[in-house]
Ligand binder design. Sequence first.
Ligand SMILES: *Cc1c(COP(=O)(O)O)cnc(C)c1O
Length: 231
Amino acid sequence: MTDRRDELAERLDAVRERVTAACAAAGRTDLPTLVAVTKFFPASDVDLLADLGVTDVGENRDQEASEKMAAIAQREALTVHFVGQLQSNKASSVAAYADVVHSLDRAKLVGALDRGAERHDRTLDVLVQVALDDGEGRGGAAPGDLPALAEAVAAAGHLRLRGLMAVAPLGRPARPAFARLRELSGTLRAEHPDAGWISAGMSGDLEDAVAEGATHLRVGSAILGSRESHR
Ligand SMILES: *Cc1c(COP(=O)(O)O)cnc(C)c1O
């Protein structure tokens, strides 16, 4: 366990240095929120990360996340982000443990998530996931659908519209995609001034995301190690 703690501490430091360097390179004085994506890794890792000062963790599968979050000792100290594909029949379960949902990408999910949040007597922060890949399958709403989706989230009683999330397209440079996301964020903010969060950037492309104004980075393997051995 001590070894694992050292390993996580080392990787976390390296990621924090990358973020700091990317901010300096971009002339940013604000630090984006680092969300440690802990999918496939055990609750004990989440507790170790909390000990190391991590405040935000991300999960992408409901069943795994709901079991894990019930098992961590430091739940109170953490903001939990759901970043995976969302299904409407799982919305109520997700609403029980997630504080932020990054992956709302269709109208049907708005009502399901809102009812789930109401059932658990809470308000969820919500990002609308946008597709930057012309529908090649990494998820997200078409940019043209954003205004209506955003409006629906903003009108829901137990959801707070916070901004946009995207995954960079596969096999193409991330930077232009994140630049497009930043543009879409500007358009969204004109209508919804409190929705300025931009969730972008993973282990391989966090520098590009920082350069394009990301407020939230979702970093898994660079902090926790390869998921291959944990699948
Ligand atoms: C797994 C995952 C991440 C983290 O990916 P890494 O490449 O391991 O940093 C980020 N975002 C989403 C939506 C994910 O599912």
